[in-house]
Ligand binder design. Structure first.
Ligand SMILES: NC(=O)C1=CN([C@@H]2O[C@H](COP(=O)(O)OP(=O)(O)OC[C@H]3O[C@@H](n4cnc5c(N)ncnc54)[C@H](OP(=O)(O)O)[C@@H]3O)[C@@H](O)[C@H]2O)C=CC1
Ligand SMILES: CC(=O)N[C@@H](CCC(=O)OP(=O)(O)O)C(=O)O
Length: 349
């Protein structure tokens, strides 16, 4: 086995960061050489995460691009929107490779970004340079690049569910609607009223209706696949569970096709992409079936009465929706097998 590459994690005290740590500890070709915090430099990371005691003994480093460059080859930025856009240029300038988990480099139009995220966009040339790391679809564009923009959690589940049918022309893009539900870890570790136990327990709500920042990201990719502008409806919901995303997408069929034909279409599209699993006829997946893993599981039901297709896709928001896909992208960037370090089975029950 060759020399390991050295990885630094900015935002290591957040949920995306700590999930990167969990997986990278198992990665045979990566060594974590710096865990970084903007607010707690000098403290042991086990102060923030006692479950890592005696596993990760490092103290948190401050954000210092030159120091990070002296310790690492690649940096993961698991930082909030509006923060990554300021940090990533400095890391690239220092000669680091970057995989960014925020939304700051996903949208190709700075104007659209500003409209949906309410932050100043990242430098135009870096937005242009960033490769959108939806690994199963754009994996061929990733080898050797310096900057990967990791897709959003909802877009990952929604797009993997829709793309093969759209690419084949089997569904009408004008009719696509997605109804998505997420667990509360999607909101990160920071405190806010809506995530208090007494607010979310025994509760179920829609949020950011027609205003969710993932809408333009989903539309950007659907438009690229369809070869024409696609607008869509997407509604996010919060469920009182910790991890998991379930997306239910609906679309009208352009011509009659059976469930078996959809299964065949999807299995062919995702051939050689082991993290997408297509359920057999009559079966649809549940979030617990991918919990803690990098899988995206997909099931179908066509309805001859309405001429519509229903697609159910599930992921773990922190793994395939964040840290797992980021590591899958690192693997592709380095020319390694995309499953390296990610083959853990889902946790069940
Ligand atoms: N949670 C999820 O399911 C998903 C999250 N993402 C994205 O990943 C990123 C991280 O999300 P998540 O881990 O959930 O969020 P958290 O809120 O859990 O963590 C974010 C971390 O960023 C660090 N941070 C905050 N402000 C700054 C700053 N000004 N400069 C540097 N670091 C800062 C904080 O650590 P410290 O104070 O120690 O520096 C904090 O721990 C976000 O962009 C999010 O949108 C993407 C997909 C899914
Ligand atoms: C529950 C909750 O708030 N979820 C977040 C998920 C988005 C996220 O985590 O970040 P990215 O935009 O980088 O994917 C949301 O809906 O905004």
């Amino acid at each position: 086995m060759g020399t390991k590459i050295r990885a630094a994690i900015v935002g290591s005290t957040g949920y995306g960061g700590v999930e990167l740590i969990r997986f990278l500890l198992q990665h045979p070709l990566v060594e974590i050489t710096s865990v970084i915090s903007s607010s707690n430099a000098g403290a042991p990371i086990a102060d923030a995460y006692p479950h890592l005691a005696e596993i990760v003994t490092d103290r948190l480093d401050a954000i210092d691009p030159a120091l990070i460059k002296s310790k690492a080859d690649v940096v993961f930025t698991a930082t909030p929107h509006g923060v990554s856009s300021a940090l990533v240029p400095q890391f690239l300038e220092a000669g680091l490779k970057v995989i960014d988990l925020s939304g700051d480099f996903r949208l190709k139009s700075g104007e659209v970004y500003e409209q949906w995220y309410k932050h100043k966009p990242a430098p135009e040339e870096l937005i242009a340079k960033a490769v959108y790391g939806l690994a199963e679809v754009f994996g061929d564009e990733i080898l050797g690049v310096d900057l990967i923009s990791n897709p959003g959690c909802y877009p990952t589940a929604t797009l993997l569910g829709l793309i093969p049918a759209l690419a084949a022309g089997w569904i009408d893009p004008k009719t696509i609607i997605t109804d998505a539900k997420t667990g509360v870890s999607g909101g990160g570790r920071g405190l806010s009223l809506g995530f208090h136990y007494s607010e979310i327990n025994e509760n179920f709500l829609a949020y950011k209706v027609n205003k969710h920042q993932h809408l333009p990201e989903i539309e950007q990719v659907l438009s690229r696949i369809a070869g024409k502008e696609v607008v869509t409806t997407f509604t996010a919901h919060l469920v009182p569970m910790t991890r998991g995303i379930l997306c239910t997408s609906y679309a009208s069929l352009t011509e009659p096709h059976t469930d078996a034909e959809f299964i065949e279409l999807y299995r062919t599209y995702y051939e050689g992409r082991p993290f997408v699993r297509i359920r057999p006829e009559g079966k649809v997946p549940a979030t617990k079936e991918v919990w803690g893993s990098n899988y995206c599981d997909i099931g179908f039901s066509t309805d001859p009465r309405t001429g519509r297709l229903t697609i159910i896709s599930v992921i773990d928001n922190l793994v395939k929706g964040a840290a797992g896909q980021a590591i899958q992208n690192l693997n592709l960037m380095m020319g390694w097998d995309e499953t390296t370090g990610l083959t853990m089975a889902p946790v069940y029950p």
